[in-house]
Design a protein around this ligand. Structure first.
Ligand code: HEM
Length: 117
């Protein structure tokens, strides 16, 4: 079971790479107002949702404690990210504030995941 959980943590991290990578590589474009919420960011956010839910299930099946409040907060933040990325996915230029919010909320979730023990 441990191996399976670790495989999903790895997939969870690949999801972060797609979502956060899309943000970090376009910070200059964000400043110019030309950044896009491309497919990699949408697929990264979806990957976070699917692997996160699977991780909760696997940890519970393995009798490992899951911090429901922490997961609830992470889920709520991801729902906002996913909503923004989904709605704006076809826009050629995304407003600086929206693009910045997606990056900021993604980083917030990383700190919540790692600091909230
Ligand atoms: C942008 C969204 C997200 C980010 C950046 C993120 C980030 C992370 C990171 C860095 C880890 C590894 C560190 C650790 O094990 O504590 C992790 C683990 C985990 N994540 Fe996420 N996550 C996100 C969304 C979610 C969602 C939506 C769920 C559940 C519905 C979830 C559930 C979990 C679980 C169960 C673990 C296993 C370790 C634990 O927290 O006990 N994550 N996440």
């Amino acid at each position: 079971m441990d191996v399976l959980i670790n495989v999903f943590v790895a997939l969870h991290i690949i999801g972060i790479a797609a979502l956060l990578g899309g943000f970090l590589t376009q910070m200059k474009a964000m400043g110019e107002g030309t950044a896009r919420l491309g497919p990699a960011m949408l697929h990264g956010a979806l990957t976070m949702l699917v692997t996160g839910v699977v991780l909760v299930g696997l940890n519970q099946a393995d009798d490992q404690a899951v911090n429901n409040i922490k997961i609830g907060v992470k889920l709520a933040i991801l729902v906002v990210i996913l909503g923004l990325v989904y709605v704006k996915r076809d826009e050629e230029r995304v407003d600086k504030a929206v693009f910045g919010a997606v990056g900021g909320l993604t980083m917030a979730n990383i700190f919540i995941a790692t600091l909230w023990t």
